[in-house]
Design a protein around this ligand. Structure first.
Ligand SMILES: Cc1cc2nc3c(=O)[nH]c(=O)nc-3n(C[C@H](O)[C@H](O)[C@H](O)COP(=O)(O)OP(=O)(O)OC[C@H]3O[C@@H](n4cnc5c(N)ncnc54)[C@H](O)[C@@H]3O)c2cc1C
Length: 400
């Protein structure tokens, strides 16, 4: 396989790079800063000055359709091919150019609405998602329904032109800053479990919704429990047909799992580690064991890129990746943990110091990188679930 850019791809890459270098305001780059830009919370967690700059940058990206490069142009995207998206993502990651924090709106809710939404739903929701004016959260998981999502128990009962929703969601990232939720609820409790679920767009300002914070082990309030007490949802907010929501929900999950990652950020982090050792004048830093470990991480970051090429190869042939996306997700999230682990070893006791310490190293990014890395093998489907998919769909093994 030839991994070189074609002449057209090389020209596109040059254009992207020149655009970022020229248009991205100084001080906005995330390069070397670490920390999640994930913001179901609608940017309200970003410092005011940064948010202002980011908005200006997002407006510029939006003029080119690059806020949602995969969306069709008629909906404000750029309609880029998967290869072009990959190149755009690579260049953005390499130069530390920030994306819109509207991750769920752009990556999961928007594409689902484009595929299954009515014209009114598209008109109402797509423009504010693009402009980062309306932020979204995802109400799928429940206390007794995570990996086995089809067991969800939140009920939606038809009442005239509305549905009335009762129940609870959990681990709802960004629900405290989101204006809207994509959610699954059971509309037919007597049908087989996959066939009685419907897909709704829920206005988070509706009376009867309570959002209760869950603070994670990094001390950060990212996700929540969400309770529904007789919440009315108009029938127009149903996506697709009643009781067919499971199939739409799995499409949303496909978007979540096969979002085109690049592997660039892991390679850059390994480069940062090497740079750090150089700055300490320390060939002896960590000794040969650390050198071998860094070599392993560097090779693994390249392997991750190859696995991502496999995913985009499938997408470029017009197919939806399934076990290929699971392989890439599994490898990348477990690598996340190994890279954070290597970083902590490299910094020794300094690795525990947060950003606010005067003695901090590498922008104090290691403690939160390490703690957050534990979550990446859970969110979007656990490693065990990915291994099951690879075993069954990839290797054709029987169900265990
Ligand atoms: C950072 C983060 C953000 C999240 N954000 C959201 C969000 O915004 N919206 C949302 O709806 N959800 C969200 N989630 C929830 C996430 O989707 C679930 O945590 C995940 O699907 C696992 O479900 P669970 O936590 O109920 O664990 P369980 O499903 O109870 O799993 C417990 C353990 O059993 C294992 N297991 C389960 N079934 C099998 C099986 N068949 N074979 C082998 N092992 C199995 C799992 O791998 C795991 O180790 C988020 C999670 C995290 C960590």
């Amino acid at each position: 396989m030839d991994f070189q850019d074609s002449p057209q791809e090389a020209a596109f890459r040059k254009d992207v790079r020149a655009f970022i270098k020229q248009e991205m305001p100084p001080g906005l780059s995330r390069r070397g800063k670490g920390g999640a830009m994930f913001g179901g919370g609608g940017g309200r967690f970003l410092q005011e000055g940064y948010w202002q700059k980011l908005r200006g940058w997002l407006d510029k990206l939006n003029e080119r359709g690059w806020v949602a490069p995969a969306w069709p142009t008629e909906y404000g995207g750029a309609g880029l091919t998967v290869i072009e998206q990959f190149i755009l993502n690579q260049e953005m990651a390499t130069l530390g150019a920030p994306r819109s924090p509207n991750v769920i709106g752009l990556g999961w809710a928007g594409p689902t609405i484009i595929l299954y939404g009515t014209d009114e739903q598209k008109k109402q929701h797509l423009p504010p998602i693009l402009k980062a004016e309306s932020f979204w959260c995802q109400g799928f998981s429940e206390p007794e329904a995570g990996s086995d999502l089809a067991s969800l128990q939140t009920r939606a009962v038809r009442d005239g032109d509305d549905y009335i929703i009762n129940g609870q969601k959990i681990w709802t990232s960004g629900a405290h800053g989101a204006g809207w939720m994509i959610m699954l609820a059971r509309t037919d409790p007597d049908a087989p479990k996959h066939k009685g679920i419907s897909y709704f767009l829920l206005d988070m300002k509706s009376p009867g919704i309570t959002v209760r914070p869950l603070v994670n082990m990094a001390g950060s309030h990212d996700f929540n429990e969400v309770f529904f007490d007789n919440v009315r949802v108009p029938q127009e907010n149903l996506v697709g047909e009643e009781n067919r929501g499971w199939y739409i929900g799995t499409t949303t999950l496909d978007f979540e799992r096969s979002g085109i990652a690049t592997g660039v950020s892991h390679a850059l982090t390994v480069d940062d580690y090497v740079q750090y050792i150089r700055e300490q004048n320390g060939a002896s830093f960590g000794g040969p064991t650390m050198r071998y470990e860094l070599a392993d991480r560097a090779v693994e970051a390249q392997v991750e890129q190859m696995l991502n090429y496999q995913v985009i190869g499938v997408q470029a042939r017009g197919m939806v990746p399934s076990n290929e996306a699971s392989i890439a997700k599994l490898f990348s999230t477990e690598l996340d943990q190994r890279i954070a682990d290597t970083g902590l070893k490299l910094l020794g006791t300094y690795g525990q110091l947060m950003k606010d310490s005067p003695h901090t190293k590498m922008n104090g990014r290691l403690p939160s990188m390490y703690l957050y890395a534990t979550t990446s093998t859970i969110g979007g489907g656990t490693s065990e679930v990915q291994r099951n998919i690879i075993a069954q769909r990839g290797l054709g093994l029987p169900r265990g």
